[in-house]
Write a protein that binds this ligand. Structure first.
Ligand code: SF4
Length: 672
């Protein structure tokens, strides 16, 4: 048999949703290349995408259902048949329901692959009864809610529109690690004369051709945003016609930000006043402006207000709804893409808790407590905060089911593991949160070993438990087409297989100046911040930083940014990832290292009251004093999982994780 090329797309929890060409020979993928049908990604894949053959055919992949034979966490399992697995799980489900009721089951899911199908489980568990579940997210829930409250929705100009910008502010995002395809559009804008401002405690200036770098103290972003707003208003560098016509609460906002003086911002944000003035001058003079907001600023207890404050700058300057302008956080143009086969019974009494507080929920929930934990598309023991707290909690759960492709730290705690499929082994539709496209991925190869798609697992269990199979339909192209219709999306899978689909007029967000807020305007003053979340209707930070100058025993702020070669804890199996996990690095400023007698390459212990991890010092000229950084997503056996040190607190709004509110000390490691 010769070689065939099959077009598909990458549905990982990543900005890009790349178009992919999979080369298949004798039923196996032999090569992966970027496809050219997606204008945003344009044939360019990242190192992870190029490594998919390593990933799909990794010898570490779980091939069969398995039950635990060793202690929790030891990773000793025995292969069983699917029949035995389904039998065993259905007995456990019935036992929980009969003894403590459906609330004794906790369903936990996070961000594995994206797609319509990721909600298939609701057709099963809503028949099981009012089970326990999660809300919020480890990733961007605080920011999404902040932008929605301010603008009424989360949409943004198409990636290729960036080339028309005169000024690009990249606030807390490093596309060279997390969104490589965006660099092309940034460079095109620069070649046409655009200026770049980067605002980040880690200096991304070299990779982004930045003209001005603002090395801000982590978590103080909202203060800087309000100070910039204040200075723009004072200078008269705002679009007063736009403000009058399309915004709400400007007078209150103007009075409020007048207290955020340059002296105050300079002190709180650790910045030279000249830098702030320089940024304001660029904003006042270079048009149009696009402000790209990364996801780090919401990972603090004041995260929602941080993002709200930042999002208001383009509204002040009238850069919304125009070519080359806008505020970019997430593109949720296809928010109506939802799994429609969901029975509605019992869900009103469902018990839910913040995803970031899984450990606490297991420890604290009574009547009933959590008897059975079901985990799919997630690896909380690596990715949730407070790993040790979560481990203690997991040991108390009677039964854990995990569905995964790999033996993650979490899977090692399961009682039964079911082998999942990679996205090359089934089909689905999805949208990315960066581009305006609707995409599909299709079945490229037959399932590897005995892996099954989640829908098949739920169908097998549904039959066994006598559930209504109308809510658990056979998952194939026909069903997806029906789903698309039910979601009012007028395109078929057949069309999507030819290439990603773009709605007309989706290049410029808010072109019609329609804002889905109660005032029908962009809300500087947002009453729902108070009525929904009990927070100030104007972004306020005056109480956030009192007494934080001295962090006592743990003076270093620990960040855990994303590594280029991983998405969260995924892709640990590819070669590039193995290299970095063999020698995890702690990025530390020269002065912080000197004060601790740490030299480049030294083995370092990083600790706080929650625990201790180890890494090798990388003296980094691009990170500010008082801040250290280790890439997140490293497994337990690397001894460098940052979440040993993080806490289960949540953000001001929308139940987000606050990974960056984490303080540590670091010292040279003496192997005693
Ligand atoms: S992980 Fe992201 S950048 Fe890499 S191939 Fe997939 S969608 Fe593209």
């Amino acid at each position: 048999m010769g070689q065939t090329i099959i077009n598909t797309s990458c549905p990982r929890d990543c900005f890009s949703a790349c178009d992919i060409k999979a080369y298949v020979e004798d039923g196996k993928i032999v090569k992966i290349e970027g496809g050219s049908k997606n204008r945003a990604t344009n044939s360019k894949l990242c190192i992870k995408g190029l490594s998919y053959t390593d990933y799909v055919y990794s010898p570490q992949r779980i091939g069969y259902p398995m039950i635990r034979e060793g202690k929790r966490g030891e990773g000793i399992f025995k292969r069983i048949s699917w029949e035995t697995a389904i039998d065993e799980i259905s007995k456990r489900l019935k036992l929980v329901k009969d003894t403590v009721g459906p609330l004794g089951l906790l369903h936990f899911t996070s961000a594995g692959c994206m797609g319509l199908m990721s909600e298939y489980y609701k057709g099963f568990f809503n028949q099981f009864g009012s089970y326990s579940a999660t809300k919020g997210s480890l990733c961007y829930s605080a920011g999404i809610e902040a932008v929605k409250l301010t603008y009424g929705s989360n949409i943004q100009n198409a990636p290729w529109d960036l080339e028309h910008a005169g000024l690009i502010i990249i606030w807390g995002k490093n596309p060279s690690s997390t969104n490589v395809q965006e660099l092309k559009f940034i460079n095109e804008a620069v070649n046409k004369g655009a200026k770049i401002i980067t605002i980040d405690p880690i200096n991304t200036l070299p990779s982004l051709n930045s003209n001005l770098h603002i090395p801000i103290k982590p978590g103080t972003d909202g203060v800087l945003a309000l100070c910039i707003a204040n200075l723009l208003i004072q200078k008269g560098s705002i679009d007063i016609d736009f403000i009058k016509e399309y915004t709400f609460g400007f007078d209150e906002f103007k009075e409020h930000v007048s207290h955020y003086t340059i002296e105050y911002a300079s002190k709180i944000c650790g910045l030279n006043e000249d830098l702030i003035n320089e940024a304001v001058n660029l904003i006042a003079n270079k048009k149009p402006m696009t402000l790209i907001c990364g996801y780090g600023m919401q990972r603090y207890k004041n995260g929602g207000q941080n993002v709200r404050a930042i999002s208001m700058i383009p509204a002040l300057t009238g850069d919304i709804g125009i070519r080359g302008g806008g505020f970019k956080f997430a593109n949720k143009r296809w928010r109506n893409l939802e799994w429609p086969y969901i029975p509605q019974n019992d869900i009103k009494t469902r018990r839910d808790f913040a995803e970031a507080q899984l450990g606490r929920a297991i420890e604290e929930y009574q009547n009933p407590n959590i008897k059975l934990l079901w985990i799919e598309r997630a690896n909380p023991l690596t990715m949730n905060p407070d790993t040790n707290g979560l481990k203690r909690a997991l040991k108390k759960v009677e039964y854990i089911v995990a569905i995964d492709l790999f033996m993650t730290d979490t899977a090692k705690y399961a009682d039964i593991i079911l082998p999942a499929q990679s996205f090359f082994e089934y089909e689905d539709v999805f949208s990315s949160y960066w581009t305006p496209y609707l995409n599909c991925f299709q079945k490229v190869i037959e399932p590897v070993n005995e892996s099954k798609n989640e829908s098949e697992i739920y169908r097998l269990l549904g039959k066994k438990m006598g559930y209504n199979m109308n809510y658990l339909p056979l998952y194939n192209e026909e069903t997806i087409d029906v789903c698309l219709k039910k979601c009012n999306i007028n395109v078929s899978v057949k069309d999507l297989k030819k290439g990603p689909y773009l709605k007309e007029n989706s290049d410029i967000a808010y072109k019609e100046r329609i804002f889905d807020t109660p005032s029908k305007k962009i809300e500087f003053y947002c009453e729902r911040m108070e009525s929904i979340w009990g927070k100030s209707p104007l972004p306020d930070f005056k109480d956030c930083f009192k007494g934080t100058e001295e962090n006592g025993k743990y003076p270093l702020r620990l960040l855990s940014t994303h590594a280029r070669e991983r998405i969260h804890s995924q892709f640990g199996e590819i070669r590039a990832s193995k290299l970095s996990s063999d020698k995890p690095l702690l990025y530390i400023n020269k002065e912080d290292a000197r004060m601790r007698n740490i030299k480049d390459g030294d083995k370092i212990e990083i600790y706080n009251e929650k625990g201790k991890i180890f890494a090798f010092a990388k003296i980094d000229p691009y990170i500010i004093e008082g801040v250290v950084n280790i890439h997140g997503g490293l497994k337990e056996d690397t001894a460098a999982n940052v979440n040993i040190l993080t806490d289960q607190d949540i953000s001001d709004i929308a139940f987000g994780a606050v990974f960056y509110d984490c303080f540590v000390e670091a010292s040279w490691y003496q192997n005693k």
